[in-house]
Design a protein around this ligand. Structure first.
Ligand code: ADP
Ligand code: XUL
Length: 522
């Protein structure tokens, strides 16, 4: 019988399921349910509720459980559900779900003759869940940061400075604004651990990957940090579930899912994690030192570290990696947005933009540009503005090269704190189809770059995590590299190598770029 493993990713706009056959190394199911389309009655727009205050971004958690049921019904039409040996999953990071005293008994007593949402509709002490797009907790971030001793201390303790979207500041805001509802909250879950709780029929633990996105976990000891909990809200430690390694097994699937969907009664459930930690596995970054760069709307740089290094500037994040190592996530806002601004300013299409990169030399003759079309996250730039050095705004090829070089040099500079120079980089996201951009990436980072198509890295990563945890539980955990083999290989023949001479050019230019950046940061 085939050994199947299911990964479920509950993200901002949709829930996705991926099923892998570990023996044939095949992805046998990959399907998504879009919240707005499948569940219009909740009135979500791109998965979230529109609020008069744009900084407030919530989703009703009932959406996630109703979508889960639709996904499982679709799964049953394609896959023999009884062959699934283990399930794991991931969720959009930082979002939180608030449960009342009826939650535990309701989860335990799920009745297969009724829908989930019918039975779980009353378990919430807060009707809507703040998600990662919520930025309304500026004040709470400052309060917690100060209580922990400032930016450096908050980063040293939790792996990240306090951030508006992180769960701790969000919990503090709830406690301050709705103290009675907070007092009636018996359990607080993350999006990830909430879906896992439903599948297990009991409150599920939080894994070290998603736990690190809360400003509540001691990043070194991987336990709840007492002072951080106290600085956030009274009695918080009692409302949080245990923290566990993400390759453990947290239980068996609840009989509800056996009766209703045909899961085998012995199906194991591994803790869910955040979508970014899961994507680390789904893109095959299982060895320390491996790095992926996603060139999407924003650009993100993430990678695995064997040892804990922290960003002294508090701009990047450190999470637990599902491999047991650490992972980083550094987010650059001016990614495709900035590339498109330059392309459009000169009336080019992407092939035309690429021609400009081909026609200009590595290093651009020293011409520099700071690509801050919008406020930047890394480095922190609150007042946007594009600055040029020795670069004429009318120099079309020079500006095209300058924006891409700036982005790549910024990534190199602002990932130095990780203490690793990548030996190879996996490039994903929309702009990774552009060979000339990847050539600049290879030259600046001085290593080969591979193209990688990963549309659903988080749910694939979750299915691989389910397999790893299940095999480990049976006493024979393979090396991670073995588990991901055949599922996460880069596109064949896609290697882009650094050009001779280019590496030395950037070793110098990156210093000039750093100085230019420092002169202009506001
Ligand atoms: P998201 O972060 O929204 O998932 P994607 O990873 O889908 O974004 O990337 C979308 C972006 O890819 C578009 O905004 C576009 O600028 C960029 N893109 C698509 N094709 C190219 C290309 N050939 N060269 C450079 N950029 C490209
Ligand atoms: C990471 C973050 C987002 C969400 C998206 O810190 O906020 O990537 O995880 O789902």
């Amino acid at each position: 019988m085939a050994r199947l493993f299911l990964g479920i990713d509950s993200s901002t706009q949709s829930i996705t399921g991926s099923v892998i056959d570990l023996d044939s190394r095949a992805l046998v199911f990959e399907q998504s349910v879009n919240f707005d389309e499948a569940l219009p009655a909740y009135g979500t727009c791109n998965g979230v509720l529109v609020h008069e205050d744009q900084q407030v971004v919530h989703t009703p958690p009932a959406v996630w459980i109703e979508a889960l049921e639709i996904l499982l019904a679709e799964l049953g039409e394609v896959v023999h559900i009884g062959s699934i040996q283990a399930v794991s999953g991931s969720g959009q990071q930082h979002g939180s779900v608030y449960l009342n005293e009826t939650a535990r008994p309701a989860l335990a007593a799920l009745d297969p003759s009724r829908s989930l949402v019918d039975q779980l509709g009353g378990i919430f002490s807060r009707a809507t869940s703040p998600i990662w797009m919520d930025s309304s907790t500026h004040e709470e971030c400052a309060e917690i940061r100060e209580a922990l001793g400032g930016l450096q201390q908050a980063t040293a303790i939790t792996g990240s400075n306090t951030f508006e979207r992180f769960t701790g500041p969000q919990i503090r805001k709830f406690f301050k604004q709705e103290p009675e509802a907070y007092a009636k909250t018996t359990d607080i879950a993350l999006v990830s651990s909430f879906i896992c709780s439903v599948l297990c029929g009991e409150i599920a633990p939080i894994d070290h990957g998603d736990g690190a996105g809360m400003n509540l976990m001691d990043i070194l000891r991987k336990t709840w940090h007492e002072a951080a909990c106290e600085a956030t809200a009274p009695g918080l430690a009692d409302k949080l579930p245990p923290l566990v390694a993400s390759d453990s097994i947290c239980g068996k699937i609840h009989p509800y899912f056996t009766a209703r969907y045909g899961f085998h009664p012995e199906t194991k459930v591994a803790p869910f994690s955040g979508d970014n930690p899961s994507s680390v596995i789904g893109t095959g970054l299982v060895d320390p030192g491996m790095v992926a760069i996603s060139l999407g709307t924003s650009d993100t740089y993430f990678g695995t570290m064997a040892e804990l290094h922290l960003d002294p500037n508090g701009e990047g994040h450190v999470f637990g990696s599902p491999t047991g190592d650490y992972m980083t996530l550094i987010c650059f806002k001016n990614g495709s947005l900035a590339r498109e601004k330059v392309r459009d300013a000169y009336g080019l299409d992407w092939p035309g933009f690429s021609d400009m990169l081909k026609d200009t030399p590595p290093g651009n003759g020293g011409k520099l540009l700071l690509p801050w079309f919008a406020p930047e996250i890394v480095p922190t730039v609150l007042t946007p503005g594009v600055k040029r050095r020795e670069l004429d705004p009318l120099d079309v090829p020079g500006n095209c090269r300058a924006v891409v070089e700036a982005q790549m040099m910024s990534m190199r500079l602002h990932s130095e704190w990780m203490g690793i120079r990548p030996g190879q980089i996996y490039a994903t996201g929309g702009a990774s189809s552009n060979q000339e951009i990847l050539q600049v990436m290879a030259n600046v980072h001085a290593c080969p770059v591979y193209q990688f198509t990963s549309t659903n890295g988080a749910s694939l990563g979750a299915a691989l995590r389910a397999a790893q945890a299940c095999l480990g539980d049976a006493g024979s955990a393979p090396a991670w590299r073995e588990t991901v083999k055949g599922f996460t290989d880069p596109i064949e023949g896609s290697q882009v190598r650094p050009q001779s001479g280019a590496v030395a050019v950037y070793d110098d230019l990156v210093k000039a770029y750093a100085a230019f950046e420092n002169e202009n940061r506001t």
